[in-house]
Ligand binder design. Sequence first.
Ligand code: 6PG
Length: 210
Amino acid sequence: MIEAFDTRQAASRAAAQCIEKYLLDDLRQKNTASIAVSGGSSPRQCLEALAATDLPWSQVKVTLTDERQVPADDPASNEGMLRRHLFSDYATSATFVPIDEAAGAALPLPFSSVLCGMGSDGHFASIFPDLARREELLAAENTHFCSEIQTAASPYKRITLTLASLLRSRVILLLIFGEEKRRVLDNAEGLPVSALLQQTQTPLRILWAP
Ligand code: 6PG
């Protein structure tokens, strides 16, 4: 079920409110919480809305769903995007956890929430259609927290959480903008994102705006 919003701001705000709800619930229960957020441009307004939200961010650990293997000060860095759009205002005190195999043990799992975007080729995180190891990254029994990948679709080597890691969350939000991506979403059969749409392990919210 796709939740359609009139504006990208409204969809971003709804996503931020959902993330806030799950964070506060976990913080009340465990005094700690974690989220994973995607890179790219779609999450920016949502992250800015979260940054402006007064919650105990010092108890929150934040990681990425995937990262381009570039320096953090490179414009292509997802960590850099995160630091510009989330780690400000109230959220300055949150802790960033870089993606590596050890992060799985450093984070309070399951995630309170995972925020994913989607490329117009149907990739999410860095699980791209052309990956030879795509099915391995999507396999429910894959015990690796993350994996390094290289794809012709990206000029950078990347590291991505596996689908099994992304599903270790109380909820997954898929935040998608534009008519082209809506068409991709409506015809996702055979694309990596279809694995996310078809899984029944973790509640999924799809938020879309033109
Ligand atoms: C990345 C992202 C990736 C992103 C899609 C959509 O590192 O590129 O994590 O999975 O979500 O490529 O990107 P946009 O939001 O910029 O369209």
